[in-house]
Each structure stands twice: as structure tokens, then as C-alpha cells.
Design a protein around this ligand. Structure first.
Ligand code: KDG
Length: 359
């Protein structure tokens, strides 16, 4: 157990040192849960699993993926090891999913939004203001309705295990403070050019708000903002902070317009090479890492917003009426997309949300 602690602490220390800035790079995070369960002592083969991520080393996603690796290693006496490649260095979400299909990468953890190429119904998570609280979001992610969508990857060459939290997405830009859809659209001036994820529902959201949406891979967003190719983007506060977007974005608005999950997934080819005992362990470790990641993402969220303010970003908090104006403006997105995603699925998720809110 001590070995696990040492590794985790080293990771946090390294991240802070490498970045070499006065500000803390992470909040006070919960320690990883203890690694429990049977250790596989039999030699069932040795494998190094390469995991590609879009986000940085300081992100909750990276930290929980390290924990995933520690579980596999501790419980196979080091025969399963995990190497994590952050910062889109192996490709963007879409490319890494293709690499899983061909077997040139073992694992990745993309947002659900680009994964709709494989399972269209995942677009339900792109519907704006669908999951109003984190409690409701987690209830949905744990529901059969959501878990059944992971099974739909069967036959794609990809095995999907569990949902992580990407989180509540917030708008940033370099042009003006945004308090209303009119500020996005610009009215007398031009609409903001906003990078969206590569997903048609996300595009519809920003069209409905009067922006000029520009789909783009995550790895290109920082330089596109730096060069003024786009005015802004939208992502959870933790991603905005850990990707240093505040260096090129002066304004943020707490819109919480979409809650996006991540999916932890593996190449079917890698999966097939693993002994069934290892397969079972991988699934278990993926679920444990997911629970830890959701906890870390929660701990990061408000802290990251406050850090961004300390670093000079002007952040507009929106009251209920202001949020309602955004909700009204994106209503056409439901009319256009709910029938295509499946009215039943949308209604089922809305019911889970309503049940959670009434509890
Ligand atoms: O690895 C995850 C990231 O690549 C990406 O999904 C982050 O939300 C994201 C975005 O905006 O593309």
C-alpha cells in the first residue's frame, strides 16, 4: 500500500515542479482509494497497455488513469503495466478511436461527443441543459439507459467500459464579457467564432446562440485562439485551467450549458490478447478509476474557476434568469435532435433526472 502512496505523491510533486509556476496546479485532491481485491499471482502473460489522452498531466483524467494503471500493476504483480500519453501527443479523440480499431493504440478516454460517430445515441449527452446537477448526471451515467449505450460499441472494434466525467462546459472568449445569447451573437457587431467539438449537436447549439461555430480537434484549440483564428471555446473549468487557455482568453462565463462524459475504452484487438482473468480485472479497474475520476473532477471544478480568476480571467456568473435566456435560445436544438437521437431515450434520461431532483 505504501508503494502506491509514494507513486501518487511523486506524480503530484512532479506536475507542480515541471510547470514551475507560483500557483498550485491542483487543488487538495482526495488520495486514490486503496487498491483492494485479489492479486493474480499466476503468470498469464505480460502486457504494456498504451493509453492516449487529449488532456494534460494535471487533469483529473490523467491522475485517475495513473490510478487505473496502479490497480492493474499491483494486482498482477507488475505483469500488466500502463503507459499514459497526455496532451493529444498520439492524436485527437477521433484519431485515437480509429487507432483502437486498427490496434495501433490500446486505450483512450474520449468525450462522448466525437464517439457519436460509432454510437449515434450518445448524442443524447450533447443535448444542452439536460443534466442540471452533478447528482443527476451521475445517476444517469450509472443507469441502464446509459450503460446500454456502451454495449452498442460491439462490432466496432472498440470495447467501452465505463463513463468518467468531463464535466460542465463553460464558455470562454477573448473579445467581450458574455452575459446573454445576444452577447454571443453580437447583434450590432459580429457573432463570436467559437470552437466546438466535432459533433453536429454541439454545432446546432452554437448556431442557435448566434455564434460562428467552428468544429476543431481539441489539440488545435490553444494555437487557434493564440493566433486569433477563433475567438473562444467551451470546456469545463478544469480543462480550461490545466490547458492554460487563460493565457489566451480574457473572459469566461459560467454557462454550464452541457455536461459531457468521457468513455474509457480499449481496442478489441488488445482485449482479445488478454487472458479472461486480466479482462475481468481491466473492467473492474476501469470502473474504479471512473469513480475516482468523477470525485477528482468534482474537487477540481469550482477550484479551477477561482484559480482562473486569480490568474486574471474575468468570469461572469449567471443568475437563474440569465441561464433561462440561454435555455430558451437553444430550445430548437431539442426539436431538431430529440427525434433523431430517439424520443424514448431522451424521455428516459429526463425521467431519471426528474426522479433525482425530487428525491
Ligand atoms: O481526452 C479528452 C479530450 O481529448 C477532449 O475530449 C476534451 O472536451 C474535450 C474537447 O473539448 O474536445
Amino acid at each position: 500500500m505504501h508503494a502506491i502512496w509514494r507513486r501518487t505523491l511523486t506524480l503530484a510533486g512532479t506536475a507542480t515542479l515541471t510547470l514551475g509556476v507560483a500557483h498550485a496546479q491542483t487543488p487538495d485532491l482526495s488520495a486514490p482509494p486503496p487498491i483492494e481485491g485479489e492479486v493474480i499471482t499466476e503468470d498469464l502473460g505480460s502486457h504494456t497497455i498504451r493509453v492516449g489522452l487529449g488532456l494534460a498531466e494535471t487533469s483529473p483524467l490523467y491522475i485517475s488513469t495513473q490510478h487505473f494503471g496502479n490497480i492493474l500493476s499491483e494486482r498482477t504483480e507488475g505483469r500488466l503495466t500502463v503507459n499514459v500519453f497526455p496532451n493529444s501527443q498520439l492524436g485527437d479523440d477521433a484519431q485515437m478511436m480509429e487507432m483502437l480499431q486498427t490496434g495501433s493504440l490500446d486505450m483512450t478516454i474520449p468525450s462522448t461527443s466525437p464517439a457519436t460517430t460509432y454510437v449515434e445515441e450518445l448524442a443524447v449527452f450533447d443535448l444542452p441543459f439536460l443534466l442540471p446537477t452533478r447528482e443527476a448526471a451521475v445517476a444517469v451515467l450509472e443507469s441502464d439507459a446509459a450503460l446500454d449505450l456502451l454495449d452498442k460499441f460491439d462490432g466496432t472494434g472498440i470495447k467501452a467500459f465505463a463513463y468518467h466525467e468531463n464535466g460542465y462546459r463553460q464558455l470562454t472568449n477573448s473579445v467581450r464579457p458574455v452575459e446573454s445569447p445576444d452577447d454571443v451573437a453580437g447583434l450590432d457587431v459580429s457573432g463570436l467564432t467559437i470552437r466546438t467539438m466535432e459533433n453536429p449537436v454541439q454545432l446546432s447549439i452554437w448556431e442557435a446562440l448566434g455564434a460562428n461555430p467552428t468544429p476543431m480537434a481539441f489539440g488545435e484549440v490553444f494555437s487557434a485562439m493564440e493566433q486569433g483564428v477563433i475567438d473562444g471555446q467551451e470546456n469545463p473549468w478544469s480543462t480550461i485551467l490545466t490547458s492554460n487557455f487563460h493565457e489566451v482568453q480574457d473572459y469566461g462565463s459560467e454557462t454550464r450549458h452541457v455536461y459531457t462524459p468521457f468513455i474509457i475504452m480499449m481496442s478489441e484487438r488488445t482485449w482479445d490478447r488478454l487472458d479472461p482473468a486480466y479482462q475481468e480485472l481491466v473492467e473492474e479497474a476501469a470502473r474504479e478509476a471512473a469513480a475516482y475520476e468523477i470525485q477528482l473532477a468534482t474537487e477540481y471544478d469550482d477550484w479551477s474557476r477561482n484559480q482562473l480568476e486569480e490568474r486574471g480571467m474575468q468570469i461572469t456568473r449567471l443568475d437563474d434568469d440569465q441561464i433561462a435566456a440561454f435555455q430558451d435560445a437553444v430550445q430548437p436544438v431539442y426539436e431538431e435532435w430529440a427525434p433523431r437521437i430517439g424520443e424514448d431515450l431522451v424521455a428516459e434520461i429526463q425521467q431519471i433526472v426528474a426522479d433525482t431532483m425530487n428525491d
